[in-house]
Design a binder for this molecule. Structure first.
Ligand code: HEC
Length: 161
């Protein structure tokens, strides 16, 4: 046992005894003892956490979609590739192969389910067998919900829920 480990053990036992002495009501005020893992990092888990739960929240679990916020986020995060009007003509999109999806193409977009769109935006194209250049951009679930509502307004022919 190294000196560091001994110190840690001593601190942990000391903390435990202090907690015991002060009773359970004091527990929440006591500082948490350092985790052993911080000293000797465990080997990384097999799968990266972002990939593991490819589940999407139910559409009706979200607050009502805000199309205007969705439009602002779309222009910020998506238009560089997909173009402001969803025509797939963003400057960055020009150099990609395959080309970004045309969000204004109703014939293609309208049959795609909410769940599918959510998954692509949250976990990236690769999660649905599409190009990994469609990367997960770290939007919150509510932001994604809003962006989907905005994308639906771009479709021609119009999207019918
Ligand atoms: C770096 C460029 C890039 C950015 C930024 C980007 N996308 Fe994409 N997106 C792509 C490409 C490329 C594809 C086509 C992938 C394919 O067909 O394999 C795609 C496809 C899609 C699709 C269609 C999926 C399907 O099933 O065909 C959706 C929906 C989508 N993107 C939404 C978004 C949204 C929303 C944002 C912003 C939050 C965004 N994308 C940002 C490049 C991008």
């Amino acid at each position: 046992m190294s000196a560091i480990q001994r110190t840690f053990l001593f601190t942990a036992v000391g903390t435990a005894l202090t907690l015991f002495a002060f009773g359970c009501s004091e527990q929440s005020d006591a500082p948490a003892p350092p985790k052993p893992a911080e000293r000797a990092p465990a080997p990384p888990p097999e799968e990266a956490p972002a990939k593991a739960p490819d589940t999407v929240p139910a559409e009706d679990a979200m607050a009502e979609a805000d199309v205007a916020t969705g439009k602002a986020d779309y222009e910020l995060y998506c238009a560089s590739c997909h173009g402001k009007t969803g025509a797939g003509d963003g400057p960055l999109g020009q150099v990609l192969n395959p080309k970004p999806a045309h969000h204004n193409d109703g014939a293609y977009m309208n049959p795609l389910t909410y769940e599918h769109l959510f998954k692509v935006i949250k976990f990236g194209g690769a999660s649905v067998g599409k190009s990994p250049t469609m990367a997960p951009l770290g939007l919150s679930d509510q932001q994604i919900h809003n962006v989907i509502a905005f994308i639906r307004t771009l479709a021609d022919p119009p999207y019918q829920p």
